[in-house]
Design a binder for this molecule. Structure first.
Ligand SMILES: Cc1cc2nc3c(=O)[nH]c(=O)nc-3n(C[C@H](O)[C@H](O)[C@H](O)COP(=O)(O)O)c2cc1C
Length: 301
C-alpha cells in the first residue's frame, strides 16, 4: 500500500501533518505522539522578532470547537532556529515552518533567515493583519497575495505553501493569485472570524472581541473550500479545518486535498494525528485501495 505523497519535490511518508499553532513546535507533544509516524510536523507561527500575543482571555469554547485570539505569540525566528529546529531534526518527519508578519518586510526577514536552515517547507500565514493596508489581512486581497508570494519565492530556498484565510468572498480568487505569484502549494482553511459574548459579564468572551473559530463546527465549510480550490488551481492543496477523525481526513482528500492537517482536535487528544494516519491505512485496506493518489480528488460527481 502506498501512502506517500510528494509536494514540490518533498516526499511525505503519509499525507498527515498537524495544523500550525495546535501542536507547539512538536516538543511538548512528542511525549504523547510518535512524531516519526507523521508525514510532516507544522510548527506554530514564527515572526522576525518575538511577539507577546494578545491580552487574555484569548481562548473560549464554542459549540463544536473553540475560538482563539492568541495573537501569534512567538519567541522570534532566532530562538526558534536555535531551539526548535534541532529538536525536530531528530525525527524522521518533514518540517514545515509557519511564518507570520505584519508587513512584507517582516515576512521576508523570516524567509531569508530560514533559507539556509534544515527545514523542508515553509507555510506562510497570510491571515495576519497588514499594517500597510488598514489592517486588512494580506490574504483578503488577491493583488497583495500575488505580490507577497512572488517576493517570498525570490528569497525562499524551500518550497512555499501559502495558507489561505476563509474570511473572503471567493477563496478560489485568492488561491489563483497565490499560484500566479509562484506558490508551490496552498493550505486551507485558517480560522473563521467569530465573536462570543458572555451574557453574565455582558462583555466579550475574548479580550480581542473577535477570534478565530476552529474545530468540527467549521469542517463542512473547509471541505467545500478545499473542493472549490482544488478545482481552481493546479498546485497541491493541503486541507484542514475541523479534522478530528480519519473519516474527516478522507473526506478532505476525496474533495481534492493532497495532504491534510489536524488542528484543534490535538487539544482534546494529542494522539489524533497518529490515529488519523492509522485510520487512513485501515480505510485503504478495507476498500482495497493500493495508492493514496487514487483517493485524492476522487469524489464521484
Ligand atoms: C490556538 C490556535 C493557534 C493557531 N495558530 C496558528 C498559527 O500560528 N499560524 C497559522 O497559520 N494558523 C494558526 N491556527 C489555525 C490552524 O492552524 C488551523 O488552520 C485552523 O485552526 C483550522 O483547523 P482546525 O479546525 O483543525 O483547528 C491556530 C489555531 C488555533 C486553534
Amino acid at each position: 500500500m502506498n501512502t506517500k505523497i510528494n509536494i514540490a519535490g518533498v516526499e511525505w511518508k503519509n499525507p498527515v501533518t498537524v495544523a500550525s499553532g495546535t501542536f507547539g513546535s512538536g516538543e511538548e507533544f512528542s511525549e504523547y505522539v510518535d512524531l516519526n509516524r507523521l508525514g510532516a510536523v507544522t510548527t506554530k507561527g514564527v515572526a522576525n522578532v518575538p511577539w507577546a500575543g494578545n491580552p487574555t482571555p484569548r481562548v473560549a469554547e464554542v459549540y463544536g470547537g473553540m475560538m482563539n485570539a492568541i495573537g501569534l505569540q512567538n519567541p522570534g525566528v532566532d530562538v526558534f532556529c536555535e531551539r526548535d529546529i534541532p529538536f525536530l531534526r531528530k525525527y524522521d518527519t518533514k518540517i514545515i515552518v509557519n511564518v507570520c508578519g505584519h508587513a512584507p518586510e517582516e515576512y521576508l526577514a523570516v524567509v531569508e533567515r530560514l533559507a539556509d536552515e534544515p527545514i523542508d517547507m515553509m507555510e506562510i500565514n497570510i491571515s495576519c493583519p497588514n499594517v500597510n493596508a488598514g489592517f486588512l489581512a494580506f490574504g483578503q486581497d488577491a493583488r497583495n497575495v500575488e505580490t507577497l508570494t512572488a517576493q517570498i519565492k525570490k528569497l525562499a530556498k524551500q518550497p512555499v505553501i501559502m495558507k489561505l484565510t476563509p474570511n473572503v468572498t471567493d477563496i478560489t480568487e485568492i488561491a489563483r493569485a497565490a499560484e500566479a505569484g509562484g506558490a508551490d502549494a496552498v493550505s486551507l482553511i485558517n480560522t473563521l472570524t467569530g465573536m462570543k459574548i458572555d451574557i453574565h459579564r455582558r462583555t466579550f468572551a475574548l479580550a480581542n472581541k473577535t477570534g478565530g473559530v476552529s474545530g468540527p463546527a467549521i469542517h463542512p465549510v473547509a471541505v467545500r473550500m478545499v473542493y472549490q480550490t482544488a478545482q481552481a488551481v493546479k498546485i497541491p492543496v493541503i486541507g484542514m479545518g475541523g479534522i478530528a477523525t480519519a473519516e474527516d481526513a478522507i473526506e478532505m482528500i476525496l474533495a481534492g486535498a493532497t495532504a491534510v492537517a489536524v488542528g484543534t482536535a490535538n487539544f482534546a487528544d494529542p494522539q489524533t494525528a497518529e490515529k488519523v494516519v492509522e485510520g487512513i491505512e485501515h480505510y485503504m485496506e478495507q476498500y482495497g485501495i493500493e495508492d493514496i493518489h487514487d483517493l485524492i480528488g476522487g469524489v464521484r460527481e
